[in-house]
Design a protein around this ligand. Structure first.
Ligand SMILES: [Cu+2]
Length: 498
């Protein structure tokens, strides 16, 4: 800390005090000389949201970096806790006004979906680590116990903190050796969807699962709280069929794509009531891939990145949000359209389970004769993919030990031909228990795609053999051909007069 103590000034929110250095930055675009006012030297009252100054508030006001802290934010009163499908939030205790958390880095036996388990590295008995949830202005003290056989550290990804608390092995601290417990402590000066992860032997430890979300709620929310606030972490793994551990050395060929460390059909659906204001926070700490996450039935607005709130003028509607590795995106919408809505990565290889690149392209090949011959040697053998990968969920088709079918499971009507980074948003009228799967959506009569009846075909002049459908005009399907070269090229003027 440098010798001149930061002066307290009234912030743009009127409530959250900023250090003088922060004020100079803020003043640069607020243009206000009032920034240098000293009247906020008094203890700030931050228990009441500052509604009146909302318009002037910075997207992400930073609280003070001194030892001063606010009353610890309480769930219910100060924030609506996030919902973590297939996961949990780390409980804390308050000691002398400080929120105290305890993370234990350890090996964990983890199930990705029924039928596929692996020995991973995580925290407190789970993969990924639990969500750490707090409120802007809280002071947090996080103990990290290392029960791995390797050294580790924890980096607080995106959190504004003193350099020595940043958790980068070798650079900002000594590695936490097996058996040691380190203590991190810092005030939370921002709000948003942030993350934490090992920053020692990153490739191995993050690849083995050592990541988690760090969610900081605003002290003075700028908008109504969401009714349902979901926290999702994306990841990718290479788990050879039959292997008992992920291979963190993999560079390109990831075959297990997960949301909160589960692949479909192991992913817990997101359950909301019709009309709910829904927020979905998505973090990505995959080794090598960005994930374009697509939601059906809605468009949403991207409201925040891990850098903070996006000013309203800078937001746009989307149906697919690209969550780059090492970043978070937060989207919001009102769930006014009941149904079962797919939500998934739009990279088609990321909605497959344990797919290998060694599969030959069998599209269009009739392998029935081949299957019969090979079954003499390998009972149950089935050549994969002559009509594509649909059918890979078929009951009774044998899969090798500790592996799962490449695609999904049995849905309400048929097989769902996706696995991996896929989940379902279930929007229902009158739902009593939001923690219980409401079953499959039953669409009102007249709102379900069904085989066309003879009557409806006739009425619309459609023939079921396809002949009544317009055909692509040959002209439209033609490749372009370039026009012929110019016939005569004008003489070079520099050559005139020779
Ligand atoms: Cu993806």
């Amino acid at each position: 800390m440098n010798s001149d103590k930061p002066e307290k000034c009234e912030s743009l929110s009127g409530k959250i005090p900023l250090s003088r250095r922060d004020m100079l930055t803020a003043g640069a675009f607020a243009g206000g000389a009032l920034m240098l006012s000293r009247r906020a030297q008094a203890t700030p009252d931050i228990s009441v949201p500052a509604e009146s100054n909302r318009a002037k508030r910075l997207p992400a006001a930073h609280t003070d970096n001194s030892n001063e802290h606010f009353h610890p934010g309480e769930p219910g009163r100060d924030y609506t806790p996030v919902v973590v499908p297939n996961g949990w939030t780390l409980p804390y205790q308050v000691v002398d006004g400080v929120k105290v958390f305890h993370l234990v880095a350890e090996e964990v036996e983890h199930e990705f979906a029924p039928g596929l388990k692996a020995t991973c590295w995580g925290y407190n008995g789970g993969v990924h680590g639990p969500v750490i949830e707090a409120v802007e202005g809280d002071r947090v003290r996080i103990f990290v116990t290392n029960k791995l056989s390797a050294p580790t550290t924890v980096h607080w990804h995106g959190v504004l903190l003193p350099s020595g608390m940043d958790g980068v092995g070798g650079l900002t601290q000594k590695a936490i050796l097996p058996g040691e417990t380190y203590m991190y402590e810092f005030p939370l000066r921002q709000h948003g969807t942030l993350m934490y992860h090992s920053h020692h032997d990153e490739m191995t430890q993050m690849g083995m699962g050592m990541t988690g979300l760090f969610i900081i709620h605003p002290r003075n929310p700028q908008a109504p709280r969401p009714d349902r606030d979901f926290a999702l972490m994306l990841h990718e793994w290479k788990i050879e069929v039959g292997a008992s551990r992920p291979d963190p050395n993999e560079m390109t060929d990831f075959n297990t794509l997960t949301i909160n460390a589960k692949c479909f059909p192991g992913t817990q659906p997101l359950i909301v009531k019709t009309g709910d204001r829904v927020r979905i926070r998505i973090g990505n700490l995959s080794a090598m891939d960005h994930h374009p996450i697509h939601l059906h039935g809605y468009y949403f607005t991207v409201t925040e990145t891990d850098g903070g709130v996006i000013p309203e003028a800078g937001r746009w509607p989307e149906t697919t949000v690209l969550v780059a590795t090492g970043s978070t995106r937060t989207v919001e919408f009102v769930a006014d359209n009941p149904g079962d809505w797919a939500m998934h990565c739009h990279m088609t290889h990321h909605v497959m389970n344990q797919m290998g690149h060694g599969i030959p392209n069998m599209i269009g090949v009739d392998a029935r004769g081949l299957d019969k011959k090979v079954r003499g040697l390998l009972p149950g053998y089935m050549t994969m993919g002559q009509d594509g990968m649909g059918g890979m969920t078929e009951m009774g088709m044998e899969v090798p030990p500790n592996s799962i079918p490449m695609v999904g499971g049995i849905g309400p009507y048929d097989e769902i031909t996706m696995g991996g980074m896929f989940t379902i948003l279930k929007v229902r009228d009158n739902i009593a228990n939001l923690n219980e799967d409401p079953g499959w959506y039953e669409p009102p009569v007249g709102t379900l795609a069904l085989p066309a009846t003879t009557d409806s075909l006739q009425k619309s002049g459609i023939t079921a053999d396809g002949h009544s459908a317009p055909r692509a005009p040959a002209e439209a399907m033609k490749s372009w051909t370039l026009p012929p070269p110019l016939q005569s090229v004008p003489a070079n003027p520099h050559h005139h007069g020779h």
